[in-house]
Design a protein around this ligand. Structure first.
Ligand code: DGL
Length: 355
């Protein structure tokens, strides 16, 4: 090959390299924080339902989707590797601290958290209240392990990274991406035990869609509720207050409720029937608890609709708080943080309407 042709080949190679490097440098820096779940799971058979969650480390979860490198500069970290029925506030605090640090030090343009689906909505809501930056934080998971036919994890992860790298995903609070839909942390819940279309937000609908990595937000963000952080880290000192949830049902034993109220708690969420209603006997137990300083939040076991003040229950008389449209498990998280901030009951009630 003559010298001038060789020179031209090298020059083209140089240009291609520079272009690739420049393109890569334009890609968003996305940190993937792995916590376990089915998206890190594996089963013996592609057609059998039996599998084990949280067996693959973050590097294996990421390397299973090489296409991620086309849309972002990826960095993976293992926060924990658990099935999310074992998720705990200590992991929430670890996640919130790490995300705030990544954004404070400008080490990431967005964060994706891979998570089991069983408690994904709780972690999303906790982070929505404690991450003090408006860069995208996106949680995702999968309903089938990667070893199954039509596994959903790879596309969920690809779509979650696409959303985390999208500028239009900023200042929308923590997001959940599952099955091509984008949901807000406040309204999303797991509505199906086994179907890949397991998540929904029945109150507000999806905030948007992400289809093969193409992001589109189709509604104005929920203006009634702020996306601002409720608690700035590192204000946390030690454990968060324990707040039990009691699920109401016909014939509930008031003594059982009383025993829980007499344990070392500062607040309680009662998932009542209908509009958050306790039985007459349980009402008396909760009224006594409220009178001795335990903060009582009335939530509901009913899937849709808010719990409203002073309907069948005289909340003003007993000093009760209503959860508005938060599910019992999310009402608990807001109460844990509100009690941590030592707010009074009127301030706590305001949080349920504003956050
Ligand atoms: N053990 C469940 C969990 O980790 C599996 C469900 C899932 O991740 O899809 O939440």
């Amino acid at each position: 090959m003559n010298k001038s042709l060789l020179t031209r080949c090298f020059f083209v190679l140089y240009l291609l390299t520079i272009t690739c490097l420049a393109t890569a440098a334009e890609l968003p820096e996305i940190s993937i924080l792995a916590t376990g779940g089915t998206i890190a799971g594996s089963g013996a058979s592609a057609t059998g339902s039996a599998y084990k969650a949280a067996v693959n480390p973050v590097d294996k979860v990421i390397s299973a989707v090489p296409q991620l490198e086309q849309i972002a500069r990826i960095r993976g970290e293992q926060i924990c590797n658990i099935s999310s029925q074992d998720m705990k506030p200590e992991y929430w605090l670890k996640l919130a601290a790490r995300i705030n640090q990544l954004f404070r030090l400008n080490l990431a343009d967005g964060v994706v958290i891979t998570h089991g689906t069983d408690t994904l909505e709780e972690t999303a809501w906790f982070l929505n209240l404690t991450v003090a930056y408006d860069k995208p934080v996106v949680l995702t998971g999968s309903m089938r392990p990667g070893s199954a036919l039509s596994a959903d994890g790879a596309m969920n992860l690809y779509n979650a990274v696409a959303v985390a790298g999208a500028r239009e995903a900023r200042n929308k609070g923590v997001l959940v991406v599952m099955n091509d839909r984008i949901y807000s942390a406040r309204g999303v819940r797991k509505c199906d035990t086994i179907n890949p279309a397991a998540f929904d937000d029945r109150e507000n609908g999806a905030l948007g869609r992400v289809n093969y990595g193409k992001v589109s937000f189709n509604t104005r963000p929920d203006k009634k509720h702020t996306y601002q952080s409720l608690v700035k880290l590192p204000l946390f000192a030690g454990k968060l207050p324990e707040v039990p949830i009691i699920y109401g049902y016909a014939g509930i034993d008031p003594q059982m409720v009383e025993t829980i109220c007499q344990s070392n708690i500062r607040g309680i969420v009662y998932a009542g029937v209908g509009n958050g209603n306790p039985s007459e006997e349980v009402l008396n137990v909760l009224a006594k608890a409220s009178a001795v300083g335990i903060t009582v939040v009335r939530a509901t076991r009913v899937p849709d609709g808010p719990v409203t003040l002073d309907a069948e229950v005289d909340d003003a008389k007993y000093g009760f708080i209503v959860s508005d449209s938060l599910t019992p498990q999310k009402a608990r998280i807001l109460l844990m943080l509100a009690l941590h901030k030592d707010l009074d009951r009127s301030e706590i009630q305001r949080l349920y309407f504003e956050y």
